[in-house]
Design a protein around this ligand. Structure first.
Ligand SMILES: Cc1cc2nc3c(=O)[nH]c(=O)nc-3n(C[C@H](O)[C@H](O)[C@H](O)COP(=O)(O)OP(=O)(O)OC[C@H]3O[C@@H](n4cnc5c(N)ncnc54)[C@H](O)[C@@H]3O)c2cc1C
Length: 480
């Protein structure tokens, strides 16, 4: 993956840039010691690393605005950062950039149960949003598997999803308003605590914009009443295709489980060795969760189990109590870590129409044989959001490039069957150069013109999201 060479003039002014930031911000906010900035050299796409010029960790929106204003005046590239768990390289710095991270801004600002909203600073982790309201029987629905670590900041920037988004929608469906600081240091309030804001849907533009348009420092999120109950069922199948067909049939039948998660044999085996969740040794398994009152749960489960039985499952296990339900989910939630223990892997993220699952899973295993790289599948099957994990050896020359070429074929396949390049991890650097597979030059131009408005000098996360050749003239046009 190519990143543009750092700008030598900016590098030569490091001392001056740091001095200006230090003069305007509290002493501990600006970090430029290479031993400390190294901690910010990558995100969870750790195959790519580069320490930034400096790191700024503000305590308030006003400090974010001050830092951005200075960087804008001095033409210094900026990389916004939440918790650094992006799998697409979205928070990867360049050597001439300043990281502005919101991790210290993690307060709950307002809990409004009457209107079912919570206002938080965006450095707050996803799970701790629910943590703030669960005693009162509320929760925040989007639940990325990284929810213990990832911040609402990155969730908004990547429009993150999770297992339970089949029923509740992704971040954009649960975000009501944001405070956004522009590259020029202006503080904007977009949306609010009411449904459907007046005027242009700028919130829709900001959510999923991957740090290209400004830095989000506060968010108003929808919170929901906890369901009366929930129950997961574990289903084992003799092949990936059969499990895929079962998912497609459940969705077609009009039942709406809260989650349908898929794992294939490599992931099941790795997870069992890691977490001992008691999964069956089968080719593919599904975890289907339904929720509601006891009666609603029974009704939905009856329908789902009837459908599953037509696919000759090798295992059908309903959780009998909370401990068993926890064990069923433990395996799924540990899958990424378990795979990481046995091999280097690259986690892909593409979305397909659910009816294409059987075909796409078969093509992925054919491609795996062609490229000579193993692949494990663990993903949110109910909404067709696939996460093939391609296993490779980071220490073997050429393996990373082979892995990327394999990944590109899978993502092209997603587009070919009517899906798209990303479901929830965003584009970042990972899929940047594949954007032209999905979008025409005119489509891309329209998207880039939106960035022109918010960030005319192309200083925010400039070498990401759009293919490098499409942005070259804009990036070159940035005054030095
Ligand atoms: C083990 C594992 C499991 C995962 N599971 C899921 C999953 O189930 N679902 C899912 O959607 N994702 C998942 N992810 C990916 C990742 O956690 C999400 O993309 C998450 O939203 C990133 O949040 P972050 O705070 O870590 O953002 P970062 O990694 O810090 O940044 C992500 C992007 O957001 C931008 N950004 C950060 N802060 C701001 C801000 N304040 N304003 C504007 N832009 C900003 C960055 O520039 C970057 O482009 C997983 C990651 C890992 C490592």
């Amino acid at each position: 993956m190519e990143m543009p060479a750092p700008d030598q003039f900016t590098l030569s002014r490091k001392a001056e840039i740091v001095a200006r930031l230090r003069a305007a911000l509290p002493a501990d906010v600006v970090i430029d010691d290479p031993a400390e900035t190294r901690a910010y050299e990558c995100d969870a796409l750790s195959a790519y690393r580069c320490p930034p010029l400096a790191v700024v960790l503000p305590y308030s929106t006003e400090e974010v605005a001050t830092a951005l204003k200075i960087c804008n005046e001095m033409n210094v590239p900026v990389v916004p950062r939440g918790a650094g768990t992006s799998l697409a390289g979205g928070a990867l710095p360049t050597a001439d950039s300043v990281i502005i991270g919101v991790a210290r801004m993690n307060e709950v600002l307002e809990c409004d149960y009457k209107n079912r909203v919570i206002r938080v600073q965006t450095g707050r982790t996803n799970l701790s949003v629910t943590g703030a309201v669960e005693e009162d029987d509320f929760f925040y629905a989007p639940d990325p598997s990284s929810q213990l670590a990832c911040a609402i900041a990155g969730n908004i920037a990547m429009n993150s999803g999770g297992a339970h988004c089949l029923k509740y929608g992704v971040t954009s469906n649960n975000l009501m308003g944001v405070k956004l600081v522009t590259m020029q240091g202006d503080i904007l309030d977009i949306g609010g605590s009411h449904l459907d804001a007046d005027g242009l849907d700028l919130l829709g533009v900001i959510c999923g914009s991957e740090g290209q348009l400004g830095i989000v420092t506060e968010a108003t999120l929808r919170i929901l009443h906890k369901p009366e109950g929930a129950l997961p069922v574990l289903m084992g199948f003799e092949s990936n295709e059969v499990a895929g067909a079962c998912v497609s049939d459940i969705i077609r039948a009009g039942v709406l489980p809260v989650a349908i998660e898929f794992m294939d044999r490599p992931c099941i085996r790795a997870t069992e060795a890691f977490a001992g969740a008691g999964y069956p040794d089968c080719e593919a398994l599904l975890i289907v969760e339904v929720e509601g009152s006891d009666l609603e749960i029974e009704e939905q489960l009856d329908k789902i189990l009837d459908i599953a039985k037509t696919h000759n499952p090798v295992e059908l296990r309903r959780a009998s109590d909370a401990a068993e339900a926890g064990r069923i989910w433990l395996g799924r939630k540990s899958a990424f870590g378990a795979m990481g223990q046995i091999n280097d892997y690259m986690c892909l993220d593409g979305t397909i129409p659910v009816s294409q699952l059987p075909y796409v899973l078969r093509r992925i295993s054919e491609l795996s044989a062609e490229f000579g790289l193993d692949v494990g599948n663990v993903f949110h099957a109910g909404d067709g959001n696939m996460h093939p994990l391609i296993l490779y050896n980071a220490n073997k020359e050429g393996d990373l490039e082979k892995c990327e070429a394999f990944g590109a074929e899978i993502l092209k396949l997603c587009v070919e069957v009517g899906g798209c390049l990303t479901g929830e991890h965003g584009v970042g650097i990972e899929k940047r150069d594949l954007m032209s597979v999905q979008f025409s030059a005119l489509d891309l131009e329209a998207q880039m013109q939106i960035k022109d408005v918010f960030d005319p000098k192309w200083l925010l996360n400039a070498a990401k999201v759009f293919p490098l050749d499409a942005t070259q003239s804009r990036r070159d046009g940035c005054p030095k």
